[in-house]
Design a protein around this ligand. Structure first.
Ligand code: RTP
Ligand code: MG
Length: 140
């Protein structure tokens, strides 16, 4: 399996509870390396653009409000089959369905305030990385 990249967000519910290090440690222990990272306050426009695929979903407005409710940490992760490795360690969207030992089972507050985002495909990972990072900000 090739070394690939994915895009991760440590969401506002997690930064508020000072869990950036704890979540990053779980990502690293899953074989992922943080090759870019920054803490930002997303604007409404940025959050709406990022989640544009969910525009017609009933939870879209709440999701955008939540994602701008506090700082987030955006990261580029590198590793063997990074998209799958990241989604496996994140666990299911709803923490009630997430497996033991996953980030969402351990930390998520609700289906919305679920502590972490991870790209769902390599194609989307490339789009999401480019949305937040310049090439020179990523050091592999
Ligand atoms: P993510 O994109 O954040 O990695 O999560 P995901 O693929 O597991 O979930 P997705 O279906 O892409 O949904 C994106 C985010 O929207 C919020 N959500 N709220 N209230 C609800 O029913 C609901 N469903 C989803 C979550 O924050 C989810 O991660
Ligand atoms: Mg998703």
């Amino acid at each position: 399996m090739a070394v690939t990249r994915t895009f991760s967000i440590i969401k506002p519910d997690a930064t508020r509870r000072n869990l950036t290090g704890a979540i990053t440690k779980m990502l690293e222990e899953a074989g992922l390396r943080v090759v870019a990272s920054k803490r930002i306050q997303m604007t409404q426009e940025q959050a709406e653009g990022f989640y544009a695929v969910h525009k017609e979903r009933p939870f879209f407005n709440d999701l955008v409000s939540f994602m701008i409710s506090g700082p987030v940490v955006v990261q580029v992760l590198e590793g063997e089959d990074a998209v799958k490795a990241n989604r496996d360690v994140m666990g299911a969207t709803n923490p009630a369905d997430a497996a033991e030992g996953t980030i969402r089972k351990t930390f998520a507050e609700s289906i919305e305030a679920n502590s972490a985002h991870g790209s769902d495909s390599e194609e989307n990972a490339a789009i999401e990385i480019a949305y937040f990072f310049k090439p020179e900000e990523i050091v592999g």
